[in-house]
Design a protein around this ligand. Structure first.
Ligand SMILES: [Zn+2]
Length: 249
């Protein structure tokens, strides 16, 4: 009986899923204010939403959470990616706010990366968001040829890429489920292209839309956004644990 009592906690421990490490990436910061309209600056808005999201995730022991920036400071896109890689994050969530020449365009947009070609408008947006990084990227274009790597390495990397693309789509779909107005799109944003973990870039709304800008600047709506993202991340974790559990059976 005593042996059984000792075994129970060991069994429980072996089935306990590990905490999901989330890296929240509030876009822009410092001299780079992002888009700025009707008195609302993108860098401030996304930092606030990120803070609420960090509090929600941080209060749940199923998650560990970090941010690429905690205050109004400039962090380059490559530094953001480096931070995520260094901390071995399981999930990368980049937060941004949108703008459009038309003041009638509104809504949430969710960007993930896979092999489908992006539409022209998404490409333009990615270009705008990536601008800060253009100089740095051009000077560091040394990509290792895949043929130089061993076959097994190539297979492992391919599996990893497949897992990343699939998981990125899953978190994006979970976000869209609760966000009826959200559109799923794709574009080569630097941070979602260069990170090796599942990632999604969330454009929380359009600052050029007068009503949406007003809503986005309210604490209540910022908390609502954080809550929506939190809910999707919780569902994502449940999904991942289930897959992991099945693999162990
Ligand atoms: Zn942005």
């Amino acid at each position: 009986m005593r042996r059984l009592l000792i075994l129970i906690p060991i069994l429980f421990l072996s089935f306990e899923a590990h905490a999901l490490q989330v890296m929240i990436d509030p876009g822009h910061g410092g001299i780079d204010s992002g888009t700025s309209h009707l008195g609302v600056q993108e860098k401030d808005l996304v930092l606030k939403v990120a803070g609420y999201l960090k509090d929600l995730l941080g209060s749940n022991p199923q998650f560990t959470v970090q941010m690429t920036r905690e205050k109004d400071q400039h962090v380059s896109l490559s530094e953001r990616v480096k931070k995520a890689e260094k901390s071995q994050a399981d999930l990368f969530l980049s937060l941004h706010a949108n703008s459009n020449p038309s003041t009638r365009v509104k809504g949430t947009e969710l960007y993930f990366q896979n092999s489908l070609p992006p539409d022209e408008e998404s490409l333009l947006l990615a270009e705008q968001e990536n601008q800060a990084e253009a100089v740095a990227t051009n000077s560091a274009k040394s990509v290792e040829s895949p043929s130089k790597k061993g076959d097994i390495m190539a297979i492992v990397e391919d599996l990893h890429r497949q897992h990343r693309a699939k998981s990125s789509l899953q978190i994006t779909q979970l976000l869209a489920q609760d966000w009826s107005s959200a559109a799923i799109k794709q574009a080569p944003f630097y941070v979602v292209s260069k990170t090796t973990m599942p990632s999604v870039l969330i454009e929380v709304g359009f600052l050029t839309h007068p009503e949406e800008a007003k809503k986005l600047s309210s604490v209540k709506y910022q908390q609502e956004i954080a809550q929506k993202i939190y809910k999707a991340v919780v569902q994502y974790k449940e999904m991942m644990d289930k897959i992991e559990g099945q693999a162990l059976e």
